[in-house]
Every structure is written in structure tokens, then in C-alpha cells.
Design a protein. Structure first.
Length: 214
């Protein structure tokens, strides 16, 4: 046991979610006559929650008069299809089993809205990770430390040291704002050169690297 609480980002760290997110975004866009995007472009929009994802995909973003309708169509579609193509990255389940078996305390902190986040946690990681803190009304999202503090409280670990594991600039900032150590993952939605430019000093190149880095 490391003595630290282990907190994971979700999309791009534990789960590859781009196809389902992309299909939901493109459903909303096409329903109201807007051009759709390929998955690589969708990936570049991810990181600050689904509202920001849709805003980045739609011309004029939230200023677009159709934004609320497109966002509603996205949510309706994603609620029904969030596990169609989504799956854990190769090696994730073995890594989580290793951490669980050595007694580590783990939670997920994500900007995915809470209902979808909880469904995906239970479906894929319920055996290993008991807590997920997602986007909830009235609470700031990452990189604000509020969801990290909520996860620490839920684990009974308030005031303890955490390590935050993620794939993006939002995760790097979340760790800094929460006074947590940071481990970047090389398989996610940002490439290694980008992560190094951020200042990430620890980079896991495969999930199997993580247990030895904590």
C-alpha cells in the first residue's frame, strides 16, 4: 500500500470513449443541420465536460441560438448509447486489480456528468473503484479542486496526500490545484510531447507502469 489516495481521470485515462461521444455530438449536430466532425476532431474538444464539448463542436458555441436544442439531443442520444463502443484501454483492468490487491484506495474524478459517469463506473470498474465524482449541479468542475475534495471525503481521506492520474491539461491543472502528485498517461487524448510541454514529470507509457510510479 502506497499511503496515498489514487484518483483517476476517466475519459482518455481509464476508458476510450471518443466513438460514443463523437456519435452523440454528431447526432445533435446533424439533427439540426450542422456539419459533423471526425473522431480526431471530437477528441480535441474533450476535457472540460460535455457542455463545453458540444459548444466547441457547434459554430458560435453557446451563443448559437440552437445550442440548447443540440445539447439536449446530444444528452438524449448519449444516455442511450454511452456504452455502445466505449471500453477500457488494454491493460487497465490488470492494473486496477494490482492496485486493489495491494490495498490501495481509489476513486475517479471526471467532468463527465454524474449519471453517465456512475453508469460507466459500475459497468466497467465496480469491482475495483467504489467512488466516482462527476459533473454535478452547483459544484465547480475540474480543474477546480472541488470534485477532488469530494472524492477524498467519500473515501474518508480528507487531508491526506493524493496522486492524480490523467491525460490532459485539465488533469495537470486539477492535480496542481488540489496539491496532488500528477502522473500523466501516454495513451490518452493528448500526446506525449504535449504532456511534456505542460510540465508533466511522470509519464506512464502503459497501465502496467502505474503501480510502480505511486
Amino acid at each position: 500500500m502506497s499511503g496515498k489516495v489514487i484518483l483517476f481521470d476517466f475519459d482518455g485515462t481509464l476508458l476510450y470513449t471518443i466513438p460514443d461521444l463523437g456519435d452523440a455530438v454528431n447526432h445533435g449536430l446533424s439533427k439540426f443541420g450542422y456539419a459533423t466532425h471526425d473522431y480526431d476532431t471530437i477528441q480535441s474538444f474533450v476535457g472540460n465536460g460535455v457542455r463545453k464539448l458540444v459548444a466547441r463542436a457547434l459554430p458560435e458555441g453557446e451563443k448559437n441560438p440552437d445550442f440548447d436544442k443540440v445539447f439536449a439531443a446530444f444528452n438524449e442520444y448519449y444516455d442511450l448509447h454511452c456504452v455502445d463502443k466505449t471500453a477500457p484501454y488494454e491493460g487497465i483492468m490488470d492494473m486496477l486489480k494490482t492496485l486493489r490487491d495491494r490495498g490501495e484506495r481509489m476513486a475517479i474524478v471526471t467532468n463527465k456528468y454524474q449519471a453517465a459517469a456512475e453508469e460507466l463506473r459500475e459497468r466497467f470498474f465496480g469491482e475495483y473503484i467504489p467512488i466516482i465524482e462527476g459533473d454535478c449541479p452547483g459544484r465547480e468542475r475540474k480543474p477546480d479542486p472541488a470534485p477532488v475534495l469530494a472524492a477524498m471525503k467519500a473515501l474518508g481521506a480528507e487531508g491526506e496526500k493524493a496522486v492524480y492520474i490523467g491525460d490532459s491539461e485539465v488533469d495537470y491543472m486539477t492535480a496542481a490545484n488540489s496539491d496532488a502528485d500528477f502522473i500523466a498517461v501516454a495513451w490518452g487524448y493528448r500526446d506525449v510531447d504535449f504532456l511534456k510541454a505542460l510540465g508533466a514529470e511522470k509519464i506512464a507509457y502503459t497501465p502496467a507502469d502505474i503501480p510502480n510510479m505511486i
